[in-house]
Design a protein around this ligand. Structure first.
Ligand SMILES: [Zn+2]
Length: 320
């Protein structure tokens, strides 16, 4: 499977960044859903063509900088290997855009199996473009998947509990992932343009500090697959929000003024500055080379699909 990669060298040239080129690798994992989950063969196997996304193995994007941190498992989903159909084809984790709840739950079962965790150990955020971050523990296990959530308006999750998997969803918005490599604490958040301007990254780092004594210098962070600057045109009013939130120097790397009332926005760079300003060392900040919008056949993109799309998720947990 080939992804179109962002050449983000130009943006980050001259800045010290951990890894922004060649930052990911792709895996396909075989999950025999019919055998593993004791169900009848799905219609897809009779009807779908060999080219369908559902006929693939489960596709997973892994982040190279976390590969050496052997106490965590982190995986980012693709559209491959699930059971959803239509514009949600096939591995979608979206409950509220037309797909059936059964399909989404089945996708969670399949994906969980692929990353070796039980669905009742997942904790799914309830994202509404806030900057709210929640500490989750054993009492939250399964919430948003196998049992009802007891929280709402939560765009970031942190935990120190083993075998408890933080799940956050995306379709162009930026996944920001944090690992305290000394204290073994993890955080995952959804940082769209509102979460970026509002700086949910700062909230995650502060709460990891307050709750666990995490020092920013011990954090390895990742800016995950999301919309690239070339694909992301914004209007003046959104640009104004970024001008208020970032210094003049930072704006040079974040906003490209097209002089027609529109700008191109570099959300990756904006989140890079959020991490840097939160005290994370530049060499520990890592940036994706995969744009969701440039890869709309393999990943869900809100822009590319004009809103007719499912949801990708990032999954991260501390191993037992
Ligand atoms: Zn793109």
């Amino acid at each position: 499977m080939e992804f179109k990669l962002i050449n983000n060298k130009d943006f980050f040239d001259g800045l010290k960044v951990g890894s922004c080129i060649d930052s990911t690798y792709f895996e396909e994992i075989e999950v025999d859903a019919n055998k593993d989950f004791n169900r009848q063969p799905a219609a897809k196997e009779n009807e779908a063509s060999k080219e369908s996304l559902a006929s693939h193995k489960v596709g997973i994007i892994r982040f190279k900088p976390f590969k050496d941190l052997d106490f965590i498992k982190c995986a980012f989903s693709t559209r491959l290997g699930g059971v959803s159909t239509g514009y949600s084809e096939s591995m979608s984790f979206c409950y509220d855009r037309g797909d059936s709840r059964e399909n989404v739950l089945e996708n969670f079962r399949i994906f969980s199996k692929a990353i070796k965790i039980s669905p009742d150990r997942l904790v799914y955020s309830k994202q509404t473009h806030t900057t709210n971050v929640l500490y989750v523990d054993e009492s939250n296990a399964g919430m948003g998947v196998t049992k009802e959530r007891n929280y709402d308006n939560i765009d970031g999750l942190i935990t120190d509990k083993k075998n408890l998997c933080l799940v956050t969803s995306f379709a162009d918005c930026v996944p920001v992932i944090f690992v305290d490599k000394k204290r073994h604490v993890i955080g995952s958040a959804h940082s769209g343009w509102r979460g970026t301007v509002g700086n949910i990254t700062r909230n995650v780092v502060e709460q990891m500090g307050q709750k666990f004594g995490t020092k920013a210098e011990d954090i390895v962070s990742f800016i995950g697959p999301s919309i690239c600057m070339d694909c992301y045109e914004i209007s003046e009013d959104v640009a104004e929000e970024f001008k208020k939130a970032y210094s003049k120097e930072e704006q040079k790397h974040i906003l490209l003024d097209k002089k027609n009332g529109h700008y191109q926005l570099n959300l990756h760079m904006a989140n890079y500055y959020n991490m840097l300003n939160a005290g994370i060392k530049p060499e520990n900040i890592n940036v994706t080379n995969i744009c969701t919008c440039c890869n709309k056949d393999l990943l869900f993109s809100h822009r590319a699909s004009k809103g007719k799309r499912g949801l990708l998720c990032n999954f991260i947990y501390i191993k037992q």
